[in-house]
Design a protein around this ligand. Structure first.
Ligand code: FBP
Length: 551
């Protein structure tokens, strides 16, 4: 593999490991736990993995005897997130430190590779080119949903063939939910295979008291913030465009909020707030127009607007529409096949309730069609395919034209649109993510060695220096509640949306009026790997604020 100069130097970086994981470890076992909600149902569904204690590693004074060698399998699941390769590196190094004859097998292209027995052994020689790099290309990732006993049994065959004692699933909330179901299934059937989850997703919505952040969020937000900063500099230089910037984050607005804190744009929507205030699309457009008119009165016909990609699903009227569309697409897929776009729109409108049909047909045609695309394997609307930023820019443009006719606006509105998502998902991890991921992977190897199953690798106290990070495991059942999915109540890990009483949101809310009517852009610049710690090792502003730290 040919390497760039930065890659060559970066490959030498040795991620910092918490003191607790350096050398021999001992396990401290806490009290039994309960799930965050719906305790009775979750307990019934997970009789073997419910109520397990939180465990924590401490440095052991004396190394215990040599561990017998064992084999482990690893799966990368779902969307890419910076740092995945370091989870694999940490896992590999942890296993080899336990016994150099331990082996690590990677299942190819996500859970699908596990079910279909596609795998490779990960060796040091192979791994060395991937250390501290972004991407999931080491073994590939995929979105196959691991949920049926048939898949579990097929997977068990290859685990037995390769003499694998534990499976590590690196994924988001859905994949970790499935990891827990798998752990329960293997325990109930005496399969003798442990399952450990690792919290991944740039979206930042897999977090709670014990999982302070999912890996990849820090790097992805820093990549987006660099380019938003660059756009803002361009915007402020030419003073002639409004930039509508959509940011990834399927449901939660953590990414948009973090970028807003980093860059201080003129406007940033927070989907959770839109939902809480029961706002309509019309009101959203109205808010933007108010700002544009006021800025135009000051002679400013430029600005920046951040739009979380999940926004559309949080507008209550759109949410109703999407829920009906989900059912219609599931029930009438066959009837819609082969129709032209115009016929499809009319047919779908015919199935919708009258008020949703009206909303559906009032949308620009391309947006209505995008809302009617196939769902992903988890039944989610693929929001990254919906041009919400374009929808807003078009609707604002129309409204401003009307205001101009009425003599209420005399500015110039020239929108530019951007979507930042894939640009950040495979970036080389920041020092924070490089260290965090390595620690998560290393910690997973220690969890396996301690014999637990149905746990998520947890590294916390993340605003302190890495040496002081706390490492251990959290029972996945503890993070679960019951939610309606595909029309049925299912046990799932509770998603962490932006907390409207939380410090990151309140900080942004305290600044936003000033940001709208001034030009107070901040320019974060590119990720730095070498240099002063306050530049290179600084965690996300969200994490700092959540830990009562200064930003
Ligand atoms: P995960 O939750 O699997 O980590 O993926 C998150 C995400 O990056 C979202 O931000 C985005 O909506 C989605 O993946 C895009 O999915 P795909 O990679 O399948 O296009």
């Amino acid at each position: 593999m040919k390497k760039s100069p930065l890659q060559r130097v970066r490959a030498e970086y040795q991620p910092k490991l918490p003191k607790a994981l350096q050398g021999a470890v001992k396990l401290e076992v806490g009290a039994p736990t309960e799930s965050v909600a719906d305790q009775e149902e979750i307990k019934k569904l997970f009789p073997n993995t419910y109520g397990l204690p939180i465990v924590e590693f401490k440095q052991a004074e004396n190394a215990e005897g040599v561990t017998e060698p064992f084999n482990v399998g690893v799966i990368l699941s779902g969307g890419q997130a910076p740092g995945g390769h370091n989870v694999v590196s940490g896992l590999f190094d942890g296993l080899k430190n336990l016994n150099k004859d331990c082996r690590l097998y990677g299942f190819l292209m996500g859970p699908g590779g596990f079910v279909d027995h596609q795998y490779m052994e990960i060796t040091e020689d192979f791994l060395k080119d991937y250390r501290n790099t972004g991407g999931f290309d080491i073994i590939g990732s995929g979105r196959t949903k691991l949920e049926t006993p048939e898949q579990f049994d097929k997977g068990l065959k290859i685990l037995k063939e390769l003499n694998i004692k534990a499976l590590v699933i690196i994924g988001g909330d859905d994949s970790n939910t499935n990891a827990c179901v798998l752990a329960e299934y293997y325990k109930a059937n005496g399969a003798g295979v442990q399952v450990i989850g690792v919290p991944k997703t740039i979206d930042g919505d897999l977090k709670n008291k014990w999982i302070e952040t999912s890996f990849g969020f820090d790097t992805a937000c820093k990549v987006y913030s660099e380019v938003i900063g660059n756009i803002q500099r361009d915007c402020n230089s030419a003073k002639k465009y409004y930039h509508f910037i959509k940011l990834m984050g399927r449901s939660a607005s953590h990414i948009a909020l973090e970028c807003a804190l980093e860059c201080q744009p003129n406007f940033c929507f927070i989907s959770e707030e839109v939902q809480a205030k029961n706002m309509t699309l019309d009101q959203i457009v109205g808010q933007l127009c108010d700002m544009i008119v006021e800025r135009a009165n000051k002679g400013w016909n430029f600005g920046t607007v951040l739009v979380p990609e999940g926004l559309i699903e949080f507008i209550p009227s759109m949410k109703l529409l999407i829920a009906q569309l989900n059912d219609i697409l599931a029930e009438h897929a066959g009837d819609l096949d082969g129709l032209t776009d115009a016929e499809k729109l009319q047919a779908i409108a015919g199935y919708l309730q009258p008020s949703e049909a009206e909303l559906y047909l009032s949308l620009p045609e391309h947006i209505a069609l995008q809302l009617s695309l196939d769902r992903d394997s988890h039944g989610n609307v693929q929001v990254s395919l919906i041009d919400t930023e374009m929808l807003l820019a078009e609707m604002v443009s129309k409204r401003l034209a009307k205001l101009a006719e009425e003599g209420k606006y005399n500015g110039k509105f020239a929108p530019q649109r951007h979507f930042f998502g894939y640009e950040g998902r495979c970036a080389d991890p920041t020092n924070f993510d490089a260290d965090y991921c390595y620690a998560l992977g290393y910690n997973a190897s220690m969890l396996i060695n301690s014999g637990v199953t149905g746990y998520m690798s947890s590294v916390r106290n993340l605003t302190d220096k890495p040496e002081n990070w706390i490492a251990g495991g959290i029972p996945i059942t503890m993070m679960m509640n019951m939610e309606k999915r595909h029309g049925h109540m299912k046990p799932v890990i509770q998603k962490a949306l932006v907390d409207l009483d939380g410090k990151p949101y309140l900080k942004f809310a305290s600044m936003r009026d000033e940001l709208k009517l001034n030009t107070l852009y901040q320019y974060p610049g590119p990720i730095q790997y070498f240099g002063p710690a306050e530049v290179c090792d600084r965690p996300s502003m969200t994490l700092l604020l959540e830990h009562d730290k200064e930003i």
